[in-house]
Design a protein around this ligand. Structure first.
Ligand code: ADP
Ligand code: MG
Length: 225
């Protein structure tokens, strides 16, 4: 495995029940700075695969290594270390509804122990990028779905993660919000060199970046070129 490898799987199989694996013998390598799209029918295991990257599912057989950590039996402290360098965007946002938009965006920075000044500065910067600075003091439930997803994106990027994992980040969004999200991911790749893995139904046609596409089907994965 080269030092350039961010995610590597060796015959990875993932199960929810012991009988039938959702994914079988997956072999995949994602290198530093790559932009990867994961596609596949609903139920093909895209979200399940992402879970194996951020340690939300027990590793059935084979292995997956993320930033040098073997995810099978990863210790709690290494898992939180890994998560501190990963930005995750979920399909259902997972914002904290009792917190303001600004504080939601600060969350990864608060966890990392940054000063209030740094947190505020960074949150304002990210909220400007997602065109929501004017909603900084609002609460998530006062925002539209597209706006909430843009907050989730700002939060995922607040700590300049080296690895970004997004599960259908533009799934139900209008064109305005989708464009903001795709452009932001593109900028992060170009300016920070982050590695980005995105599950999507539809690869945007106007993105103009280099990317790889892997398709999940019947429990296996293959690259589409
Ligand atoms: N927590 C779970 N327990 C049991 N089965 C699950 C669970 N989550 C997903 N599945 C099943 O695993 C398969 C893959 O699901 P998922 O990874 O969510 O697919 P996708 O994201 O590609 O739509 C589906 O058949 C789904 O029903
Ligand atoms: Mg899914």
């Amino acid at each position: 495995m080269s030092t350039n490898t961010v995610v590597k799987t060796n015959n990875l199989s993932l199960f929810y029940t012991p009988r039938e694996p959702i994914l079988k013998n997956i072999n995949l390598e994602v290198t530093n700075g790559e932009f990867v799209f994961l596609t596949g029918k609903s139920g093909s295991g895209k979200s399940t695969f992402l879970k194996s990257i951020y340690g939300e599912i027990a590793i059935g057989s084979g292995e997956i290594i993320v930033n040098g950590f073997r995810m099978k039996n990863i210790s709690k402290s290494n898992l939180s270390l890994l998560r501190r360098h990963t930005g995750v965007i979920f399909q259902d946002f997972k914002l904290i509804n009792e917190w303001t938009v600004e504080k939601n965006v600060m969350l990864p920075l608060i966890i990392a122990g940054y000063s209030k000044e740094v947190c505020t500065h960074q949150a304002k910067k990210l909220l400007t990028h997602v065109k929501l600075l004017q909603k900084a003091q609002n609460y998530p439930l006062e925002l539209s779905g597209g706006e909430q997803q843009r907050v989730a994106m700002a939060r995922a990027l607040a700590h300049n993660p080296k690895l970004i994992v997004a599960d259908e980040p533009t799934g139900n969004l209008d064109e305005f919000s989708s464009n903001i999200i795709w452009n932001l991911l593109k900028n992060v790749k170009e300016h920070l060199g982050s590695t980005i893995i995105v599950v999507t139904h539809k690869i945007p046609s106007n993105l103009s970046i280099e990317y790889k596409q892997y398709h999940l089907d019947a429990g296996t994965i293959h690259e589409i070129s």
